[in-house]
Design a binder for this molecule. Structure first.
Ligand SMILES: O=C(O)[C@H](CS(=O)(=O)O)OP(=O)(O)O
Length: 237
Protein backbone atom coordinates (compact mmCIF):
# COMPACT_ATOMS: atom_id res chain seq x y z
CA UNK A 1 0.00 0.00 0.00
CA UNK A 2 1.41 3.47 -0.83
CA UNK A 3 2.64 5.52 2.11
CA UNK A 4 2.27 9.14 3.16
CA UNK A 5 5.03 11.16 4.79
CA UNK A 6 5.28 14.81 5.81
CA UNK A 7 8.46 16.91 5.93
CA UNK A 8 7.73 19.91 8.14
CA UNK A 9 10.36 22.12 6.44
CA UNK A 10 12.77 22.07 3.50
CA UNK A 11 15.60 21.45 5.96
CA UNK A 12 13.94 18.25 7.18
CA UNK A 13 12.93 17.33 3.61
CA UNK A 14 16.58 16.81 2.77
CA UNK A 15 16.65 13.81 5.14
CA UNK A 16 13.88 11.96 3.29
CA UNK A 17 14.32 9.44 0.51
CA UNK A 18 12.54 10.86 -2.56
CA UNK A 19 12.87 7.85 -4.87
CA UNK A 20 9.63 6.98 -6.64
CA UNK A 21 7.61 9.44 -4.57
CA UNK A 22 5.29 12.26 -5.54
CA UNK A 23 6.44 15.38 -3.69
CA UNK A 24 3.58 17.73 -2.82
CA UNK A 25 4.88 21.25 -2.12
CA UNK A 26 2.84 23.43 0.25
CA UNK A 27 3.31 27.11 1.10
CA UNK A 28 -0.13 28.34 2.15
CA UNK A 29 1.05 31.91 2.98
CA UNK A 30 1.56 32.61 0.20
CA UNK A 31 3.52 30.98 -2.64
CA UNK A 32 1.50 27.87 -3.47
CA UNK A 33 -1.78 29.79 -3.02
CA UNK A 34 -0.44 32.38 -5.48
CA UNK A 35 0.67 29.69 -7.97
CA UNK A 36 -2.74 27.99 -7.89
CA UNK A 37 -4.40 31.38 -8.43
CA UNK A 38 -2.17 32.15 -11.40
CA UNK A 39 -2.99 28.84 -13.10
CA UNK A 40 -6.67 29.25 -12.29
CA UNK A 41 -6.51 32.55 -14.16
CA UNK A 42 -4.74 31.14 -17.19
CA UNK A 43 -0.99 31.64 -16.75
CA UNK A 44 0.86 29.56 -19.37
CA UNK A 45 3.89 28.60 -17.25
CA UNK A 46 5.82 29.75 -14.19
CA UNK A 47 9.61 29.60 -13.92
CA UNK A 48 10.51 29.27 -10.21
CA UNK A 49 13.92 30.73 -9.37
CA UNK A 50 15.71 30.70 -6.02
CA UNK A 51 17.93 33.74 -6.16
CA UNK A 52 17.20 37.45 -6.52
CA UNK A 53 20.08 37.70 -9.04
CA UNK A 54 18.53 35.05 -11.27
CA UNK A 55 15.13 36.78 -11.13
CA UNK A 56 16.77 40.12 -11.97
CA UNK A 57 18.58 38.57 -14.95
CA UNK A 58 15.24 37.27 -16.31
CA UNK A 59 13.80 40.79 -15.88
CA UNK A 60 16.68 42.26 -17.89
CA UNK A 61 15.85 39.71 -20.58
CA UNK A 62 12.29 40.99 -20.83
CA UNK A 63 10.38 38.48 -18.68
CA UNK A 64 7.46 39.36 -16.43
CA UNK A 65 8.81 38.86 -12.89
CA UNK A 66 7.06 38.27 -9.56
CA UNK A 67 9.59 38.60 -6.74
CA UNK A 68 9.51 39.29 -3.01
CA UNK A 69 11.65 38.85 0.04
CA UNK A 70 10.28 38.99 3.57
CA UNK A 71 6.86 39.66 2.10
CA UNK A 72 7.79 42.80 0.19
CA UNK A 73 8.03 43.27 -3.57
CA UNK A 74 11.56 43.70 -4.91
CA UNK A 75 11.99 47.01 -6.73
CA UNK A 76 12.81 45.52 -10.14
CA UNK A 77 9.84 43.11 -10.06
CA UNK A 78 6.56 43.65 -11.90
CA UNK A 79 4.48 42.26 -9.03
CA UNK A 80 4.73 41.33 -5.37
CA UNK A 81 3.33 38.12 -3.93
CA UNK A 82 -0.38 38.76 -3.37
CA UNK A 83 -2.71 36.32 -5.15
CA UNK A 84 -5.04 39.24 -5.84
CA UNK A 85 -2.67 40.71 -8.47
CA UNK A 86 -3.06 37.69 -10.70
CA UNK A 87 -6.33 38.21 -12.54
CA UNK A 88 -6.94 36.81 -16.05
CA UNK A 89 -6.07 40.30 -17.39
CA UNK A 90 -2.57 40.19 -15.85
CA UNK A 91 -1.55 36.54 -16.39
CA UNK A 92 -3.64 34.78 -19.02
CA UNK A 93 -1.37 33.09 -21.59
CA UNK A 94 1.81 34.51 -20.04
CA UNK A 95 5.10 33.12 -18.77
CA UNK A 96 5.96 34.39 -15.27
CA UNK A 97 9.30 34.20 -13.48
CA UNK A 98 8.68 33.69 -9.75
CA UNK A 99 10.98 34.10 -6.76
CA UNK A 100 9.83 34.18 -3.11
CA UNK A 101 11.34 33.81 0.33
CA UNK A 102 10.30 30.22 1.05
CA UNK A 103 8.08 28.73 -1.65
CA UNK A 104 10.34 28.78 -4.68
CA UNK A 105 13.20 27.37 -2.63
CA UNK A 106 10.97 24.44 -1.64
CA UNK A 107 9.87 23.84 -5.23
CA UNK A 108 13.40 23.76 -6.58
CA UNK A 109 14.50 21.39 -3.78
CA UNK A 110 11.86 18.92 -4.95
CA UNK A 111 13.34 18.72 -8.44
CA UNK A 112 14.90 15.26 -8.00
CA UNK A 113 11.63 13.61 -7.11
CA UNK A 114 9.65 11.49 -9.58
CA UNK A 115 7.02 14.21 -9.67
CA UNK A 116 6.38 17.57 -7.97
CA UNK A 117 2.80 18.77 -7.43
CA UNK A 118 1.78 22.18 -6.05
CA UNK A 119 -0.97 22.22 -3.43
CA UNK A 120 -2.92 24.70 -1.35
CA UNK A 121 -6.36 24.83 0.22
CA UNK A 122 -7.48 26.43 -3.05
CA UNK A 123 -7.00 23.15 -4.97
CA UNK A 124 -7.09 20.58 -2.14
CA UNK A 125 -9.87 18.36 -3.57
CA UNK A 126 -8.31 18.31 -7.04
CA UNK A 127 -4.93 17.31 -5.57
CA UNK A 128 -6.57 14.66 -3.37
CA UNK A 129 -8.33 13.09 -6.40
CA UNK A 130 -5.14 13.14 -8.44
CA UNK A 131 -3.05 11.50 -5.70
CA UNK A 132 -5.75 8.89 -5.15
CA UNK A 133 -5.69 8.00 -8.81
CA UNK A 134 -1.88 7.79 -8.95
CA UNK A 135 -1.46 5.53 -5.91
CA UNK A 136 2.27 6.36 -5.43
CA UNK A 137 4.10 7.07 -2.20
CA UNK A 138 3.56 10.70 -1.22
CA UNK A 139 5.91 13.10 0.52
CA UNK A 140 4.25 16.37 1.50
CA UNK A 141 6.90 19.10 1.79
CA UNK A 142 5.96 22.10 3.91
CA UNK A 143 7.84 25.21 2.69
CA UNK A 144 7.90 26.48 6.26
CA UNK A 145 9.55 29.77 7.09
CA UNK A 146 13.25 30.23 6.42
CA UNK A 147 13.94 26.53 6.93
CA UNK A 148 11.78 26.30 10.05
CA UNK A 149 8.39 24.80 10.92
CA UNK A 150 5.25 26.83 10.29
CA UNK A 151 1.71 26.07 11.41
CA UNK A 152 -0.24 26.89 8.26
CA UNK A 153 1.66 24.43 6.05
CA UNK A 154 1.53 21.74 8.75
CA UNK A 155 -2.26 21.98 9.17
CA UNK A 156 -2.70 21.76 5.41
CA UNK A 157 -0.46 18.68 5.33
CA UNK A 158 -2.68 17.15 8.02
CA UNK A 159 -5.87 17.99 6.11
CA UNK A 160 -4.58 16.40 2.90
CA UNK A 161 -3.06 13.36 4.65
CA UNK A 162 -6.28 12.72 6.57
CA UNK A 163 -8.36 12.83 3.39
CA UNK A 164 -6.04 10.34 1.67
CA UNK A 165 -5.84 7.96 4.63
CA UNK A 166 -9.64 7.98 4.98
CA UNK A 167 -9.92 6.37 1.53
CA UNK A 168 -8.20 3.26 2.94
CA UNK A 169 -5.84 3.25 -0.05
CA UNK A 170 -2.84 4.76 1.77
CA UNK A 171 -1.06 4.09 5.03
CA UNK A 172 1.41 5.98 7.19
CA UNK A 173 4.08 5.04 9.67
CA UNK A 174 5.37 8.61 9.79
CA UNK A 175 5.18 10.52 13.09
CA UNK A 176 5.10 13.93 11.40
CA UNK A 177 2.11 12.82 9.30
CA UNK A 178 0.25 11.77 12.44
CA UNK A 179 1.25 15.01 14.19
CA UNK A 180 0.02 17.06 11.21
CA UNK A 181 -3.32 15.21 11.26
CA UNK A 182 -3.69 15.87 15.00
CA UNK A 183 -2.95 19.56 14.44
CA UNK A 184 -5.48 19.75 11.61
CA UNK A 185 -8.15 18.18 13.81
CA UNK A 186 -7.55 20.83 16.47
CA UNK A 187 -7.40 23.68 13.93
CA UNK A 188 -10.40 22.74 11.80
CA UNK A 189 -12.88 23.16 14.68
CA UNK A 190 -12.52 26.94 14.26
CA UNK A 191 -10.01 27.60 11.52
CA UNK A 192 -10.39 31.38 11.58
CA UNK A 193 -9.55 31.55 15.30
CA UNK A 194 -6.76 29.00 14.97
CA UNK A 195 -5.08 31.03 12.23
CA UNK A 196 -4.56 33.80 14.83
CA UNK A 197 -1.76 31.58 16.17
CA UNK A 198 0.04 31.59 12.81
CA UNK A 199 3.19 33.74 12.95
CA UNK A 200 3.15 34.46 9.21
CA UNK A 201 -0.36 35.86 9.60
CA UNK A 202 1.10 38.46 11.97
CA UNK A 203 4.16 39.16 9.80
CA UNK A 204 1.83 39.85 6.87
CA UNK A 205 -0.43 42.00 9.09
CA UNK A 206 2.52 44.22 10.09
CA UNK A 207 3.19 44.81 6.40
CA UNK A 208 -0.49 45.49 5.65
CA UNK A 209 -0.55 42.34 3.47
CA UNK A 210 -2.93 40.20 5.53
CA UNK A 211 -5.96 40.77 3.28
CA UNK A 212 -5.12 37.35 1.75
CA UNK A 213 -5.72 35.28 4.90
CA UNK A 214 -9.38 34.33 4.34
CA UNK A 215 -8.74 33.57 0.67
CA UNK A 216 -5.68 31.38 1.29
CA UNK A 217 -7.65 29.21 3.74
CA UNK A 218 -10.61 28.75 1.36
CA UNK A 219 -10.98 25.23 -0.02
CA UNK A 220 -11.67 24.33 -3.63
CA UNK A 221 -11.52 27.63 -5.45
CA UNK A 222 -9.94 25.83 -8.42
CA UNK A 223 -9.35 22.35 -9.82
CA UNK A 224 -6.05 23.29 -11.44
CA UNK A 225 -3.03 21.16 -10.47
CA UNK A 226 0.34 22.84 -11.14
CA UNK A 227 3.21 20.38 -11.69
CA UNK A 228 6.94 20.82 -12.23
CA UNK A 229 8.10 19.78 -15.71
CA UNK A 230 11.68 20.47 -16.77
CA UNK A 231 12.16 23.24 -14.21
CA UNK A 232 8.91 25.03 -15.12
CA UNK A 233 5.51 24.85 -13.48
CA UNK A 234 2.74 23.99 -15.91
CA UNK A 235 -0.87 22.93 -15.42
CA UNK A 236 -1.51 19.20 -15.36
CA UNK A 237 -3.62 18.38 -18.38
O1 LIG B 1 5.35 36.37 0.44
C1 LIG B 1 5.19 35.67 1.42
O2 LIG B 1 4.10 35.54 1.93
C2 LIG B 1 6.39 34.97 2.04
C3 LIG B 1 7.35 36.00 2.54
S1 LIG B 1 7.97 35.75 4.15
O3 LIG B 1 7.74 34.37 4.56
O4 LIG B 1 7.25 36.69 5.01
O5 LIG B 1 9.39 36.08 4.20
O6 LIG B 1 7.08 34.18 1.10
P1 LIG B 1 6.63 32.72 0.65
O7 LIG B 1 7.75 32.15 -0.16
O8 LIG B 1 5.37 32.88 -0.15
O9 LIG B 1 6.40 31.95 1.92
Amino acid sequence: MPRIEVAFSPTIFQHFDKDGKIVVVVDILRATSVICTMFHNGVKEIIPVRSIEEAHEYKRNGYLVVAERNGQKLDFADFGNSPFYFTPETVNGKTIVYSTTNGTNAITLGRDAQEVVIASFLNISAVESYLNARSSDILIMCAGWKGKFCLEDAIFAGALAQRLLTTGRFETICDSTNAAIDLWNVAKVDLTSYVEKVAQRHRLKKLGLDDVIGYCFTSDVTDTIPVLKEDKLVPLI
